[in-house]
Design a protein around this ligand. Structure first.
Ligand SMILES: Cc1ncc(COP(=O)(O)O)c(C=O)c1O
Length: 456
């Protein structure tokens, strides 16, 4: 019998000691990153100027399990293991026979799942003598997570924050500054990449693709500085698997097995972190729905193409084979800033292409409606990104109401929305609208994709 507990807790001594690397279990080989100049797969030496070697090794590792260093585990214990919670009030409100569990990643100091990798990345940089890290941030969750992690390891932190989010969420900047980081709105005039964008469009709202270009350029042109990415790359998704590993142990304690695992996807890190340990079971024959939820105004998985593309706008990164809307596509300024990215993690892209993961897209207003239902039943105000996952969870639970199926649904509650209240204010005031993405803009951006001979 499943338990009726609201919180399923692990002890600190039960914190997973290893991350799960899905790479060796994939149903097809992952296409390698390509050097845009040579058209050949990149080697570790190509990445060494911007990443520490230990992270480069994790990026290509075929070991299924990777030990978590003690120094990282000690910091994780500031907020981990996070609770797995049963959304009993939401279930009752919906009148669903489904049992809804959520992994509450909002309780970390910066308020999201992002420090799971920020702490790991700051640690490996520190071990290799790095004194300064540059990064980009969309909604500011990643920037504040890295600011927090750099603060703990005494590393300088420079954050390029997408301008539209910088204006929508001013207190995220203050949070980053509180942890000692510097945060400026992107595009800036401090980098070539930023200046080029501003020349073409002085009012550019910015995008994650542009901010990545600025941060990569910063790292490449400053002594002692490396670059850090908060999503997309294999090592980032790897660090996030602590979420799913804990959730699996907690579901077992509750006497449950997940029928569906649901998460929102920007670059894919929180979703992958929660879902990959369950994807492992699905690949061994278990019947589990794995659902990735994105915004309709930036529909990378549902309207993009599975092709090689740049990770950034200025074409500074290696080419990754991923679902993409084209690296020049600038999404509408929706409030889920962390979901406004033209690409998707190659690991998730491959699993969507192989039909292991099901992608879904929702408009902004329906996600805020779900966020309000959640806040008024479960209490926590979700981040607008998280609200996408909650929309799909509520829809799945309502489907169970129709069919009578008593499914066990697991959703990753990736972050709280306490710094997103201006978005809630606009929603409550009836000022928020849905943004249809421009098919013409996507078609134009896809036309600009590089032609790559796929390594065979
Ligand atoms: C709360 C929250 N959830 C989800 C995301 C999306 O990122 P990812 O797909 O890497 O988890 C973000 C990104 O900023 C976020 O802040």
């Amino acid at each position: 019998m499943p338990s009726e507990d609201t919180k399923i807790l692990l002890r600190e001594s039960e914190l997973p000691q290893r991350w799960y690397n899905i790479n060796p279990d994939l149903p097809a080989p992952l296409a390698p990153p390509i050097h845009p100049g040579t058209g050949k797969p990149i080697g570790p030496e190509d990445l060494a100027p911007i990443f520490p070697m230990e992270l480069i090794k994790q990026e290509v590792s075929m070991d299924p399990w990777i030990e978590i260093p003690d120094d990282i585990l000690r910091i994780y214990k500031l907020w981990r293991p996070t609770p797995l919670q049963r959304a009993l009030r939401l279930e009752k409100h919906l009148g669903t026979p489904a049992r809804i569990y959520y992994k509450n990643e909002s309780i970390s100091p910066p308020g999201s799942h992002k420090p799971n990798t920020a702490v790991a990345q700051a640690y490996y940089n520190k071990m290799e003598g790095v004194t300064r890290i540059a990064t980009e941030t969309g909604a500011g969750q990643w920037g504040s997570a890295l600011a927090f992690a750099c603060c703990l390891f005494d590393i300088e932190c420079m954050v390029y924050m997408v301008k539209v989010s910088y204006e929508q969420k001013p207190y995220r900047r203050v949070l980053m500054e509180t942890w000692g980081a510097k945060c400026i709105p992107s595009p800036t005039d401090a980098t070539n990449a930023g200046r080029q964008i501003l020349e073409k469009d002085p009012n550019s709202p910015g995008s994650l693709g542009i901010a990545i270009s600025e941060a990569v350029e910063d790292a490449a042109t400053h002594e002692g500085t490396k670059y850090s990415l908060g999503s997309v790359l294999n090592h980032v998704l790897l660090h996030q698997t602590i979420v799913g590993l804990e959730a699996k142990a907690q579901l077992k304690l509750a006497g449950e097995e997940a029928d569906a695992v649901i998460g929102c996807v920007g670059g894919g890190s929180n979703f992958a972190g929660c879902a990959f340990p369950f994807v492992k079971d699905k690949l061994s024959g278990k019947n589990i729905d794995i659902i990735a939820v994105e915004p309709k105004s930036c529909p990378t998985l549902t309207a993009g193409q599975f092709r090689y593309d740049f990770g950034d706008t200025a074409q500074l990164t290696p080419l990754l084979k991923m679902y993409t809307l084209g690296h020049t596509f600038v999404p509408e300024p929706i409030h889920a800033g962390g979901l406004r990215y033209h690409g998707m993690a190659p690991l998730i892209s491959l699993l969507v292409d192989q039909k292991v993961i099901e992608p879904r897209a929702y408009h902004q207003l329906s996600t805020f409606e779900a966020a309000l239902t959640w806040a008024r039943t479960e209490g926590i105000v979700p981040a607008p990104e998280t609200a996408h996952a909650l929309r799909a969870t509520i829809d799945e639970a309502l489907k169970c109401k129709e069919t009578g199926e008593e499914k066990c649904l697991l959703v990753n509650f990736s972050g709280h929305g306490f710094f997103d209240l201006s978005a809630y204010e606009r929603y409550l005031g009836g000022q928020l609208e849905d943004h249809e993405y421009s098919k013409e803009a996507v078609a134009a951006a896809l036309k600009g994709l590089p032609q790559v001979a796929e390594p065979g």
